[in-house]
Ligand binder design. Structure first.
Ligand SMILES: Cc1cc2nc3c(=O)[nH]c(=O)nc-3n(C[C@H](O)[C@H](O)[C@H](O)COP(=O)(O)OP(=O)(O)OC[C@H]3O[C@@H](n4cnc5c(N)ncnc54)[C@H](O)[C@@H]3O)c2cc1C
Length: 458
C-alpha cells in the first residue's frame, strides 16, 4: 500500500463510516474517525440481545472490495424467502429469488466491530470515541468535536471531511445552511420496537432459521430475523396512535390479550414479551432526502447522513455500503482527484438513493398487508411465470434490488412498468382460471414484444 499525504476526517463510526475508513485507508489515505458513542467493543453487550439486519448483494460487493466478506459470511445466516404466519398459525413460504439466492441475517454490532477492528489494524487509521461532531467548516473541511469525556471542544483539520454521522447528521446540518440546499424529512405514523424469540433449550432455532418471518396484519406487522445463537430478533412495526397502537397497548393485560388475538403462534415463543415491550424503546421511522451531497469539493455525505430510508426493503445499510463502493470506484476512475470523484459520486448516487427511498416506502404496504392478500399472491404467481418465460426481459423488482447491482433508479422504473403490465393481465376476466391456459401465455407473448424493460438496457 502506498501512503498518501492527504488526510480524511470521518464523522461517525457506524456501519458506513467504519467501512469507508477501512476502504480509504487501504488506498493509503490517513483517516481519523470520530464517533459520538463510546467504543462498542469495550462495552459488554447485554446477554441474549442481538440486533440484526439483512445484508444483500450490494452490501456483499462492498465487503468483498474491503476484503472482509469471508469473515462476515462465517456468521451470516441465509434467509431464502419470507415465511408468512397467518393468524391461525398457518405457514406459507415465498422464496425471494432463485434456488441459490438469499439475503443474509447479520449482527449489526458484530459487523460494526469487525469493520472497526479491520480498519484499526491499519497504521493509517485512528478512531476517537465519545467525540461528538458539533460543526463543520465547509470551506476548509475542518470539523469541531466535543470530547464528551473532558468536556472540551477542538477542531480537526484535514483535506476532506465525510459526514457518515447518520440520519441526524451534524455535517449535513451545517450543509443545510448552504444556498439552494434541498432537504426533506418525513416520518411514518408507525414506529418500531424490538422483541425477542429466544433459542430453544438445546440452542437450536424454534422456527425455520433460513427465512425472514413475517406476521402481516394489514396496518401493522411483526417480523423476525435469525441470530447465530438460536434466537430471533423480532421487530413490531406498529402505529404510534389509534387502536391498536403503541399508545393503546399500555399494560401487561392489553399486551397479552393483543398478542393472543393477533400473533398467537409468536406469543407462545416469547416468554420475555412483557419485559421486552415495556423496557425497549419505541423508535420512529424517518425518510431523509437531500441534495447536494458535496460541498466545495472537499466535504461529502454518505450512508444515512445522505439518505435515511425506512427499513422495509432491507436496503439502508446496503445502499450505504454501495455508496462506499461507488465513491472508491470514482476515486480510482478520476485518479484520486477528489473534486472530480466527488462530483461523479453524487451524480451517480442521489437519484438512486431517492429511488430506493420510494421503493422502501412502497414495500411497507406489501409486507404488512399484501403478502397475505390472494389477489397479490396471484399477481406474484403471474410475475414468476413471466420471469420464467422471459428471464432476461422481465426481472422481478425484488431481485433487481436485492440480487443485482443495477441502479435502484432502474428498479423503480421497472416497478412502474411492471405495475402497468400486470394490471392489464390481472384485468383479464376470470383470471384465476385463465392464468394456466395457453391463451394466457399467448397474451403475454404479444405484450412482451411491446415491453421495454429499464433493467435490460443497463
Ligand atoms: C429497524 C431498522 C431495521 C433495519 N434493517 C436493515 C436491513 O435489514 N438491511 C439494511 O441494509 N439496512 C437496514 N436498516 C438501515 C440501517 O440500519 C442503516 O441504513 C445503517 O445503519 C446506516 O449506517 P450509517 O453508518 O450511515 O448510519 P448509522 O448506523 O446511524 O451510524 C452513524 C454513526 O454516527 C454516529 N454519530 C451520530 N451523530 C454524530 C455526531 N454528531 N458526531 C459523531 N458521531 C455521530 C452514531 O453514533 C453512529 O455510530 C434498518 C434500520 C432500522 C431502523
Amino acid at each position: 500500500m502506498t501512503m498518501r499525504n492527504e488526510t480524511v476526517t470521518i464523522a461517525g463510526a457506524g456501519l458506513v463510516g467504519s467501512l469507508l475508513a477501512l476502504m480509504l485507508a487501504r488506498q493509503g489515505y490517513r483517516v481519523q474517525v470520530f464517533e459520538r458513542r463510546p467504543d462498542m467493543r469495550s462495552i459488554a453487550i447485554s446477554a441474549g440481545r442481538s440486533i440484526n439486519l439483512a445484508l444483500s448483494t450490494r452490501g456483499w460487493k462492498a465487503l468483498a472490495a474491503a476484503g472482509i466478506d469471508d469473515a462476515i459470511r462465517a456468521e451470516a445466516i441465509p434467509m431464502k424467502g419470507r415465511m408468512i404466519h397467518s393468524t391461525a398459525g398457518e405457514l406459507t413460504f415465498q422464496p425471494y429469488g432463485r434456488e441459490n439466492q438469499a439475503i443474509y441475517s447479520v449482527s449489526r454490532g458484530g459487523l460494526n466491530m469487525t469493520l472497526m477492528d479491520q480498519a484499526e489494524a491499519l497504521p493509517n487509521v485512528s478512531f476517537h470515541f465519545r467525540h461528538r461532531c458539533l460543526d463543520a467548516d465547509l470551506e476548509t473541511a475542518a470539523a469541531t468535536f466535543l470530547n464528551e469525556g473532558s468536556g472540551k471542544t477542538h477542531q480537526v483539520r484535514a483535506d476532506y471531511l465525510i459526514g457518515a454521522d447518520g440520519a441526524f447528521s451534524a455535517v449535513r446540518g451545517r450543509m443545510q445552511f448552504m444556498d439552494r440546499f434541498d432537504y426533506s424529512q418525513s416520518y411514518l405514523a408507525h414506529g418500531y420496537k424490538e422483541l425477542l424469540i429466544p433459542a430453544a433449550p438445546d440452542g437450536g432455532w424454534l422456527i425455520d432459521k433460513n427465512a425472514l418471518h413475517i406476521w402481516p396484519r394489514g396496518q401493522f406487522m411483526l417480523i423476525a430475523l435469525p441470530n447465530p445463537d438460536g434466537s430471533f430478533t423480532c421487530t413490531l412495526f406498529f402505529p404510534f396512535e389509534g387502536d391498536p397502537s403503541f399508545a393503546s397497548i399500555d399494560s401487561s393485560e392489553s399486551l397479552q390479550r393483543f398478542f393472543r388475538q393477533t400473533f398467537p403462534d409468536a406469543l407462545a415463543l416469547m416468554p420475555s414479551l412483557n419485559d421486552d415491550y415495556f423496557r425497549n424503546p419505541t423508535s420512529s421511522l424517518v425518510t431523509v432526502r437531500c441534495s447536494p451531497w458535496v460541498a466545495n469539493d472537499k466535504v461529502a455525505l454518505i450512508g444515512d447522513a445522505a439518505h435515511a430510508i425506512v427499513p422495509f426493503y432491507g436496503q439502508g445499510m446496503n445502499a450505504g455500503f454501495e455508496d462506499c463502493s461507488v465513491l472508491l470506484d470514482c476515486l480510482a476512475e478520476h485518479e484520486h482527484r477528489w473534486a472530480d470523484a466527488l462530483e461523479a459520486y453524487q451524480g451517480l448516487r442521489i437519484d438512486n438513493a431517492n429511488a430506493i427511498a420510494d421503493l422502501a416506502l412502497r414495500n411497507f404496504v406489501e409486507m404488512r398487508d399484501l403478502v397475505a392478500d390472494p389477489h397479490f399472491l396471484l399477481r406474484k404467481k403471474i410475475e414468476k411465470k413471466i420471469n420464467l418465460l422471459y428471464p432476461n426481459t422481465f426481472l422481478p423488482v425484488y431481485s433487481i434490488v436485492s440480487f443485482s447491482h443495477l441502479p435502484y433508479g432502474q428498479a423503480l422504473q421497472e416497478s412502474r412498468l411492471q405495475d402497468k403490465f400486470l394490471v392489464e393481465l390481472m384485468n383479464i376476466p376470470d383470471i384465476e382460471q385463465a392464468v394456466d391456459s395457453p391463451a394466457f401465455e399467448e397474451r403475454i407473448r404479444t405484450m412482451i414484444k411491446e415491453y421495454e424493460p429499464a433493467a435490460a438496457s443497463a
